[in-house]
Design a binder for this molecule. Structure first.
Ligand SMILES: [Zn+2]
Ligand SMILES: [Zn+2]
Length: 343
């Protein structure tokens, strides 16, 4: 079968690889219906290890935003052949301090499909049953592939303890930002401002329910006007840059919460006295859990309360992952939101 594999920085290849064979007990083999490329994949493409093999980590099939159809089940699996599922992606130990608390994303032995283990940018993939969630026929498989990024947004909203009636600012109007926007609206945010440099994304944010969508330079003035100078109750940083994180912290009111969820290098400087005097909270939110965030995300897509189609800008084949995926995202980041790979 064909698989898109990561060899090292800027070295991703579509290979002909051996068929996966039968799944082990508790696992299934899936035909991949669609798998998204996300900012984390791009970050790995640009800044990942120089040479995975040299680093002792082996060549890896990419893809952690998958949806597929069950083609073979291992022993003890109750999913049926032909069932369509969305794939959550985290492999965790169930034994460590964090797993026992249900904080699976913090597992000390955490691996993810497409990141620490072979993922879904292939014709077929293997996955444990627990991370494969069936969904209703009414949901298109391409949209089910957005369950993973949607669950990232679901978790962030939970981590931010959003209450009905609050004013929210979302910094970054990419796929995650536009999912966050839809979810905070559903959770009763009174006012939502999206901060995004790209005009076409601002227009999309308005269509998806933002009260205002503004360029970064206009964010402070807009928030000041909207809140009589107080600031937002909650900010979500979905821009994936230190500048977005800084803006998010600055746009919340005293005592407000900033949720950081964009994957980025760099650091956030906090002037300690000002931080203390404002009692602001900065909260990190990492990916999702298979038992809480992921099912909630899939149900939001299934019910149509969160829409995926406007976020999908490209559908490409496995052989186009580098040319029409990574390189296109680098050359023209503003022209793409979710790039879906359809094997
Ligand atoms: Zn992702
Ligand atoms: Zn663990």
């Amino acid at each position: 079968m064909r698989a898109v594999r990561f060899y090292g920085r800027r070295d991703v290849r579509m290979d002909q690889v051996e068929d996966l064979g039968s799944p082990k007990p508790g696992w299934v083999r899936l035909k991949v219906d669609a798998c998204g490329i996300c900012g984390t994949d791009l970050e790995g493409y640009v800044n990942g290890p120089d040479d995975r093999e040299y680093a002792g980590k082996g060549i890896l099939t990419l893809g952690h935003e998958g949806a597929g159809t069950v083609v073979e089940t291992g022993e003890g699996v109750s999913l049926a052949i032909g069932q369509r599922v969305a794939v959550e992606g985290h492999l965790f130990c169930r034994e460590c301090f964090y797993c026992l608390r249900g904080d699976y994303a913090l597992c000390v032995r955490l691996k993810s499909l497409g990141q620490g283990a072979d993922g879904g940018l292939a014709e077929e993939m293997l996955a444990p049953e627990y991370m494969c969630l069936p969904y209703a026929d009414s949901l298109e498989p391409h949209h089910a592939a957005l369950a993973e990024p949607t669950s990232v947004a679901v978790r962030a909203v939970r981590r931010g303890r959003l209450a009905a009636g609050e004013t929210v600012v979302v910094v970054g109007g990419g796929t995650i930002g536009l999912l966050l926007l839809q979810i905070v609206r559903l959770r009763g945010a009174a006012r939502v401002v999206v901060v995004e440099p790209v005009a076409s994304r601002r227009e999309l944010a308005l269509r998806l329910g933002a009260d205002q969508a503004v360029a970064p330079d206009d964010a402070q003035a807009t928030l000041d006007e909207l809140t009589s100078g107080v600031g937002a109750d909650v900010a979500f940083e979905a821009g994936g840059s230190p500048a977005a994180a800084k803006a998010a912290v600055e746009l919340v009111r005293k005592g407000g919460r900033t949720v950081l969820l964009g994957v980025t290098g760099g650091s956030l400087e906090l002037p300690l006295l000002r931080f203390l005097l404002t009692e602001k909270e900065v909260i990190a939110s990492l990916s999702h859990t298979y038992d809480v965030d992921f099912p909630e995300a899939l149900r939001l897509l299934e019910s149509g309360q969160v829409v995926a189609e406007p976020l999908i800008t490209d559908r490409i084949g496995l052989d186009q992952v580098v040319s029409h995926g990574f390189e296109a995202l680098l050359a023209e980041p503003a022209a793409h939101l979710k790039v879906l790979v359809v094997p």
